[in-house]
Design a protein around this ligand. Structure first.
Ligand code: MTE
Ligand code: MO
Length: 318
């Protein structure tokens, strides 16, 4: 294990009761302001969720973008994670992400736009109705899941800040805080985690910002309180715990390019024809299944997104 317990918070000292109280605190703070997060109504998928103290999300609109494939269990989705700020093992985020404090939270919006500023997440949540979108997700490590996300279109968020004609790309960053994210004391990646999208990708209706899953507020290990979801790209594009959004003219670097330029590019579109230098991308293992599946171009979302890349060589622009 890469992450050693921090001196001020050893895992053995965190009793379930403390965790419970901390969650109550979070619920109180969030509940006061966010009308979109009102409790009460039965949320889709609620029966399958397994965190009885998690805050339920109400009035989730169903989306026609949802797949009808069988969803992975709440347990799969919340205990098999990549979130290097909390360690490199798949189980580390669920074990260690309690040190992250997702409320209060704000997002700094800067760069080429008419409405830069620092916005409270509670206010942002009042702007958009929440949807449930069940998406196929595929990690670059050749495993996949089907996850019912709750959130809103990234396009609606982007347009709110009125990007200028110079805004060709959008760059997002994760929180940098060694106390909340102890994995950042290790040089596993270049911190803070950052990702980018071309503006037309960011405006594509499939791209979303998620604040929940399975009808409940996003667990810390999945990127609380707000993270990106881009279902036609490898999972690492889905940057977690976003604190800043910048509209820029030039293609921004992302963390994986910065860390391993020989293995990762900017676009990261799911492409079964381009092997990773260390493994095949032709097939994938759906978590919970025994036999491998064939990986589909753009993770099966080609009909919707292939036109974004017309004329581009996707072997070169990986
Ligand atoms: N800040 C941050 N965001 C991140 C990562 C990370 O390590 N740090 N890992 C990425 C990778 S590789 C994947 S596959 C997805 C995993 O999201 P999930 O754990 O919710 O399935 O988050 C992505 N976003
Ligand atoms: Mo990933």
């Amino acid at each position: 294990m890469l992450i050693k317990p921090t001196p001020d918070l050893r895992e053995s000292e965190v009793t379930p009761r403390e965790l419970y109280l901390r969650r109550r605190e979070f619920i109180g703070a969030a509940g006061a302001a966010a009308a979109a997060l009102a409790t009460g109504a039965m949320a889709p998928g609620e029966a399958a969720a397994q965190n009885p103290s998690a805050q339920k999300l109400a009035n989730l609109k169903k989306s026609s973008f949802s797949t009808t494939e069988t969803m992975n269990s709440y347990r799969d989705v919340t205990t098999y994670n990549n979130f290097y700020e909390f360690g490199l093992d798949k189980g580390d985020p669920a074990r260690h992400a309690h040190s992250l404090k997702p409320r209060p939270w704000s997002i700094k919006v800067e760069g080429e736009c008419a409405k830069p500023g620092t916005y409270n997440l509670e206010d942002i949540l009042k702007w958009f109705p929440l949807e449930e979108r069940i998406y196929r997700m595929r990690c670059v490590e050749a495993w996949s899941m089907v996850i019912p996300w709750n959130g809103f279109p990234l396009a609606d968020f982007v347009k709110r800040f009125e990007p200028t004609s110079k805004a060709k790309y959008i760059e997002m960053r994760t929180l940098l805080d060694l106390r909340q994210m102890p994995g950042q004391t290790e040089p596993a990646l270049v911190w803070p985690y950052r990702e980018g999208l071309r503006m037309d990708e960011a405006l594509h209706p499939l791209a979303m910002l998620a604040v929940g899953l399975y009808g409940e507020v996003l667990p810390n290990q999945n990127g609380a309180p707000i993270r990106l979801v881009v279902p036609w790209k490898y999972g690492f594009k889905g940057i977690k715990s976003i604190v800043s959004v910048k509209f820029v003219e030039k293609e921004p670097l992302n963390t994986w390019q910065q860390t391993r330029a020989d293995e990762y590019g900017f676009y990261a579109n799911v492409n079964p024809d381009v092997d990773h230098p260390r493994w095949t991308q032709k097939t994938e293992r759906r978590i919970g299944e025994f036999f491998r599946r064939k990986t589909l171009p753009f993770n099966g979302y080609g009909d919707q997104v292939a036109s974004l890349y017309a004329g581009m060589d996707l072997r070169k622009h990986y």
